[in-house]
Design a protein around this ligand. Structure first.
Ligand code: ATP
Ligand code: MG
Length: 303
């Protein structure tokens, strides 16, 4: 459950340290470590062809449990295609796609519906239903499932609190700013507490402080809820926030963000850079910044 106060451990640990972290916890909780070793998402040599063009060319990568994988890459390099493949909205021409160790490559639409229940999707434009209120937008999935209204209201309020938007519950999307709409989209995606969340350029077109709040939400999910995610972006500020800060709950019970500083590799966030459907970099942000590849350096500098 996504209770605001339930924290398993402050700060994120790298996947490699999970075993010792879990060992520390095992005094009060039984933990299956073999389960954690299975990636939340795995692509194995995935190729996707559109109109005789390889949009993804033998793409392989893993997103470990609790990890945020930032996907960087220029327009048209295949980032959204990658996300659509995870959701089963597209099928690859070759290769395998696994979600929680389950090979979904050849799943039917009915089988994919079960898999999609554990995945939250945040679309670039927020993709709200304009004729429905904030409440009805966030409640949409629950209404479809016929959940009783008092439970729906509790859940909607909990999600809107998570994105700091409870006061907007009765507003219509047209009355909201772009950043608020994006946050409602996030609240809607988080209904049902998905353990995997995909962000497709969630801060595009937002001002820096609003973009920052979206990154904070992603860090809260990563560090306080153990969510695994793919975060597609080409904004370097997002990369900086997600790789250098982590969320913790302080003694007053408030969520605060701390900087990693010199404590290297505490944050469970890795970077994948794509170019023309291939991985050109995979690793930590520190290694990325040191890479001597001219394309990577130009990308990081922004010119
Ligand atoms: N359904 C489709 N049919 C044909 N071509 C497609 C389709 N979807 C994507 N493409 C092409 O595949 C390439 C990759 O598209 P994709 O949307 O994955 O890029 P992207 O990395 O998300 O780019 P952006 O940063 O602009 O969002 C593009 O050249 C695009 O035109
Ligand atoms: Mg895209």
């Amino acid at each position: 459950m996504m209770a605001e106060t339930s924290v398993h451990r402050p700060g994120a640990q790298p996947p490699d340290n999970r075993v010792s972290e879990r060992a520390a916890e095992s005094t009060f909780r039984e933990v299956d470590d073999t389960e954690r070793a299975i990636p939340a998402i795995e692509f194995r040599e995935v190729t996707m062809v559109f109109d005789d063009r390889k949009v993804l060319d033998n793409l392989s990568f893993k997103v470990m449990k609790g990890e945020t994988k930032i996907i960087l890459g220029g327009s048209g390099c295949g980032k959204s295609t990658t996300i659509k493949l995870v959701l089963g909205l597209l099928k690859p021409d070759s290769g395998k796609i696994l979600v929680d160790g389950e090979d979904i490559t050849n799943y039917s639409e009915v089988e994919m519906m079960r898999v999609r229940k554990k995945i939250g999707m945040i679309f670039q434009e927020g993709a709200l239903f304009d004729s429905l209120s904030v409440y009805e937008n966030v409640a949409f999935k629950l209404h479809e499932q016929g959940v009783p209204e008092d439970q729906v209201e509790n859940e909607v309020r909990r999600m809107l609190r998570f994105v700091n938007l409870e006061p907007a519950i009765d507003k219509m999307p047209a009355e909201l700013s772009g950043g608020m709409r994006r946050r409602v989209g996030i609240a809607r995606a988080l209904v049902g507490d998905p353990k995997i969340v995909m962000f497709d350029e969630p801060t595009a077109g937002l001002d820096p402080p609003t973009a920052r709040t979206i990154c904070e939400l992603a860090m809260k999910l990563r560090d306080l809820e153990d969510v695994s995610s793919i975060f597609v972006t080409h904004e370097m500020n997002n990369l900086d926030y997600l790789t250098s800060e982590y969320a913790v709950v302080n003694e007053a019970g408030e969520v605060v963000f701390e900087t990693e500083g010199e404590k290297l590799c505490l944050i469970n966030c890795k970077v994948l850079m794509m170019r023309d459907g291939q991985v050109i970099f995979s690793g930590t942000d520190e290694t990325l910044r040191k890479a001597d590849d001219t394309y990577i350096q130009k990308f990081l500098r922004g010119h």
